[in-house]
Design a protein around this ligand. Structure first.
Ligand SMILES: C[S@@+](CC[C@H](N)C(=O)[O-])C[C@H]1O[C@@H](n2cnc3c(N)ncnc32)[C@H](O)[C@@H]1O
Length: 434
């Protein structure tokens, strides 16, 4: 199968049919060689990172937009322009393979049209690029509603740097299993394979290593034996901040796929019980897979975190991790489709869901116990404003400072995308006082 044609199909499914990239991509990647898999991924991620800009070029070169069944050819053209602008693929090969993509999509008749648009682009690119560079939407490549929210929250300049960070490729972070190695000894194992890495700049992030170049997980020493896992540095802070102690009864309330559940268990093997809950039964299967690979155990429950009475009659918890469903605006560099799939109206719905989950979980926390609230969002409504409102409504809650004081105005810690090479994340730790 022609890889450019497959990329056009994936992009059509994501942009026109609202499927996530993580749903659409693996299905079409299945039968490809590793090299073609990587190319398909690079094309899909790249086009989604630069979508409005490529759209603008395509629209400028065509008299009428392609619609209905022909829409997939619009994305084929975007794939073509993307290669010409942002990859080292020689232009003759990029054009030739993309034109062949039209044939692979069973439309021999459209080959000429695709060829014509790409060749015109090559001729007119300088003027088109100059025009695009005058328009912020075409420079930052984010939807207008998100630009507005980021500018309101952070001001124009900081919002611009956040958006540029969102358009970067995210590095591959590893979490070294504290039961087997420390980061220094694992780093030596990596060096033997010519894999260079560096430790997290945050010294509380004790298990995190960032690879200078991504690699296949199966090439990582001891991956199958559970010596190491792939997890962003910012996500790894959760287990350190939760700080589980021997004998604790712990609830991970939005647990799937289980990255933070297993990290807590790696750090503190003497936990009395870890209860991992998620509302998505399919995603819960991944929690079990992670536990199996790392030879760890937890009680897995399929349930709604906003209604714990339906699935928990046991003791109150010592510690609760609430890694709440959120806009995922902190992880756009890893999921470039998020910005096109999310809508402005989703934010208030998510804020309401987070509030109801927080309120419900609070009732299951022991007096003296702690709740760590986390999101991979960078929007204050889901983070600091959410926690401020919670504290106002709960006289029995107080904020515990995270190990360092990050910002006097904030209730917790807001990491921005690409800060120390990590994802955008938010953490706040609450204690039940009475
Ligand atoms: C940010 S992800 C969790 C990531 C996970 N903690 C990890 O580190 O691997 C949020 C999770 O919340 C789950 N979720 C959404 N609504 C929920 C609800 N009402 N109750 C429980 N889980 C929910 C989603 O299925 C999703 O798996």
């Amino acid at each position: 199968m022609n890889v450019r044609a497959l990329a056009a199909k994936v992009l059509n499914q994501v942009v026109e049919q609202g499927q996530s990239l993580s749903q659409a991509l693996p299905v079409l990647q299945q039968d490809l060689s590793p090299k073609d898999k990587a190319l398909l991924q690079m094309l899909c991620y790249g086009v989604l990172r630069t979508l409005p800009r490529l759209d603008f070029f395509c629209r400028s070169l065509m008299q009428k937009p392609l619609k209905g069944k022909q829409r997939v050819f619009h994305f084929l053209i975007l794939v073509g322009i993307y290669q010409l602008l942002y990859t080292r693929i020689p232009s003759h090969a990029a054009v030739g393979e993309t034109v062949n993509g039209a044939k692979a999509l069973n439309k021999q008749a459209l080959k000429g049209m695709v060829n014509g648009v790409l060749r015109n682009f090559l001729r007119e690119q300088e003027a088109l690029i100059e025009k695009a560079d005058q328009n912020d939407t075409l420079v930052y490549c984010h939807p207008g509603w998100l630009v507005k929210r980021l500018q309101n929250a952070y001001g124009k300049d900081k919002a611009a740097s956040i958006m540029l960070a969102n358009n970067q490729q995210a590095p591959m972070w590893l979490r070294v299993n504290a039961q087997h190695h420390n980061v220094e000894s694992y780093q030596l194992l990596l060096e033997e394979l010519d894999l260079s890495s560096y430790v997290a700049s945050d010294n509380e992030n004790k298990n995190a290593l960032c690879l200078n170049k991504a690699t296949d997980v199966y090439k990582l020493p001891g991956f199958e034996q559970g010596w190491v896992s792939v997890q962003d540095g910012a996500a790894q802070l959760a287990a350190h901040y939760l700080d589980a102690q021997p004998g604790d009864l712990i609830l991970d309330a939005c647990a799937a796929p289980g990255g933070k559940t297993v990290h807590c268990l790696e750090l503190q093997p003497k936990i009395a019980q870890m209860v991992a809950v998620d509302a998505d039964a399919t995603r819960l299967l991944r929690v079990q897979e992670n536990l199996d690979r790392l030879k760890l155990t937890a009680t897995i429950i399929h349930g709604d975190a906003s209604e714990p009475d339906l699935w928990w009659e046991g003791e109150m918890f010592d510690r609760i991790l609430c890694d709440a469903p959120c806009s995922a605006t902190g992880v756009i560099r890893r999921h470039p489709d998020i910005r096109w799939l999310r809508r402005d109206s989703d934010i208030s719905e998510l804020v309401a869901l987070q509030k109801s989950i927080l309120n419900a979980l609070w009732k299951k926390l022991k007096v003296g116990g702690t709740l760590l609230y986390a999101t991979c969002s960078i929007l204050p409504e889901e983070n600091d404003l959410q926690i401020k409102a919670f504290l106002k409504q709960h006289q029995d809650a107080c904020l515990i400072p995270l190990s360092k004081k990050y910002d006097d105005i904030l209730q917790g810690r807001q990491l921005l995308p690409n800060e120390d090479a990590m994802d955008g994340f938010y953490y706040a730790k609450l204690k039940k006082t009475s």
